[in-house]
Design a protein around this ligand. Sequence first.
Ligand SMILES: [Zn+2]
Length: 388
Amino acid sequence: MSGAPDPADALAIARALLRAPSVTPDAGAALDLCETALKAAGFATHRLRFEAPGTAPVENLFAKAGAGRPHLLLAGHVDVVPVGDEAAWRHAPFGGELDGGDLYGRGACDMKGAVACLIAAAAGRLRDRGAPKGAISFLLTGDEEGPAVNGTAPALEWARAQGEVFDHCLLGEPTNPDALGDMMKIGRRGSLTGRLVVDGVQGHVAYPERALNPVPALMRLMRALDGRPLDEGSAHFVASNLEFVTVDVGNPAANVIPARARATFNVRFNDRWTAASLAAELRARAAGAGAGAPWTLTFDPSNAESFVTPAGGFAALVADAAQAETGRRPEASTTGGTSDARFLKDHCEVVEFGLVGASMHGVDERAAVADIETLARIYRRIIDAVVP
Ligand SMILES: [Zn+2]
């Protein structure tokens, strides 16, 4: 074990992880380090390699200690986004350097720092209290920042095929905007993309009776779709919003009525809708528009449904743990972009809580050393409360 960091030392693991470059999809060396630490802590480990057609292969790691229920899943990613302009960094992006109370490096907050805290908390739990009455598992992926097809989703299917059933999942994404204890994420809005196409009849603008202009028809359809609110929000979500992202006619001539006009829109929707019920509502609005020309409305198949973890139970337990260590109760939020929670939520309830994300994906990405130590204690409280 000479040279390997103490698996219960969050800062030592975080520094070692930052020194293992792991830009998606090449996360193998960082996963080696996690696997070594988890094995030393008493976990049984499985490396999972997935390669969907037309993609680069990606390594992932599943590790488990204990058996039965309750079963707590600790999830994260060790892949990172590219460095960008390396000359702009004050500290080597893969150096794991400490300066002024901060730990610097690509992935410091998103999210090698939190992965180190998860490992240290679980290792400390096994060291101090022995075998759990229940199970603690890790799912660490190397494909979160990329296409996310060779990571968490197939790894969860593999786990299901092994008979693994999870009760709760803690995902260590950087959820705090400014200070540790600000915010946890308990869900996300869904996303639906729609495409309107109106077919007219091309002709001379001086003889409109011989043509059918699709542009006014498209305007009536667009007005019908976004003319009134979809909803007024719900208990945990802001209102759904429909945004037109492009309108395309592509007609360079000022004296020609065009043959076709198109528009594309995206809706971020809350838990008052499913993708299917929202699509039905939008079709009904379009049908009532009195467009005056033939039109079609289609929806892209790659939609994400909204989800929310119930406010009590596990979410309250995570908030309790954060409050006990930071003195502040994190807001339960459903804002922001997507994460692997969109896959995890199909297997068990999931709450995201991690480091301060202010520098994520930026130059001189960093995490406060004090935050890393506090987050490891928060995670330890969560583990102790779920798995006796
Ligand atoms: Zn992340």
